[in-house]
Design a protein around this ligand. Structure first.
Ligand SMILES: [Zn+2]
Ligand SMILES: [Zn+2]
Length: 284
């Protein structure tokens, strides 16, 4: 049996607030690794395209790059790279990670007028709260924590229903940070809510993303973990995408082969990427 193509459909560059990696540098790494499909999916979070003065409330720790979440510039840069590398064996896809679109629908609609190849939907923070990355769980009671988590899955359900994306990313995102901060939790408590999200995706023909970033982090599992991928399949889910969520060249392509094993065990025979917003399935 021939080796499956190496596909990485969730990656960032310095056009994202939390990455310093140049697009050329990331592309060079993709070429070196023999990646067949490389999707650039820089962030557009609820505050992207927002003037600096209005961002003070978010208190970012990161130093902003020159192109801090300038989605228009990111789009043009990836277009230019595609043109320049038209003969390359690496298929470059122009994507975006549209975070929290329901928190600014007008902006999301504006972003979606651009002819992206692939749109990732994601949720990094619940309304009125900062990204889970910034949350101080140590000051929360068990009850408060549970409320935050329930609200996360409620908002994720609304996002799944909105459905203007191609694939829904890292649906167990908050658990990454609970693990990082040594907060104990019972993931199964949220199983019914997660199942509802999976069912909406399956019924609407949207893809579930297997995000492999967790394999190189403290949580030591994909987001979501294997049993949810299997459940998605059981619920009739047919499309899955995969991505390293790399923010630097060293992380590009990591965990993809391991992720393929998880997808196969969960009953999938194909993994998808999106070109001109249409799924292309490749054999696993
Ligand atoms: Zn994300
Ligand atoms: Zn990401």
């Amino acid at each position: 049996m021939s080796q499956p193509q190496l596909i990485d459909c969730h990656t960032h560059t310095a056009f994202s607030y939390d990455s310093d990696a140049g697009l050329d540098e990331m592309y060079g790494r993709a070429e070196k690794l023999g990646i067949s499909v490389y999707a650039v999916t820089d962030h557009c979070d609820h505050c992207c395209d927002t003037p600096e003065e209005q961002l003070i409330q978010y208190d970012f720790e990161f130093e902003r790059s020159e192109y801090w979440e300038d989605t228009e510039a990111a789009f043009r840069a990836v277009m230019a790279l595609k043109e320049q590398e038209a003969d390359s064996p690496v298929k470059i896809l122009n994507g975006i990670e549209l975070g929290e679109p329901l928190q600014d629908l007008k902006k999301a609609e504006r972003i979606l007028t651009r002819p992206y190849d692939m749109v990732i939907g994601s949720l990094h923070n619940i309304s009125g709260f900062p990204d889970f990355y910034f949350l101080d769980f140590s000051t929360m009671s068990r009850l408060e924590l549970r409320e935050v988590m329930v609200n996360y899955f409620l908002e994720l359900t609304e996002l799944a229903k909105w459905n203007r994306f191609d694939t829904l990313a890292h649906i167990t995102y908050p658990f990454r940070y609970l693990k990082e901060r040594n907060v104990s939790y019972d993931m199964t408590y949220y199983d019914d809510m997660i199942e509802q999200v999976l069912k909406i995706l399956a019924d609407s023909g949207k893809a579930l993303e297997l995000n492999t970033s967790g394999l190189r982090q403290k949580i030591q599992s994909t987001l979501p973990e294997e049993r949810y991928v299997r459940r998605f399949r059981e619920l009739g889910g047919e499309l899955v995408t995969i991505g390293s969520d790399a923010h630097d060249p060293a992380a590009l392509g990591t965990g993809i082969l391991e992720g393929y094993d998880i997808l196969r065990r969960a009953g999938f025979r194909y993994v998808a990427y999106y070109e001109h917003r249409r799924p292309v399935q490749t054999a696993l």
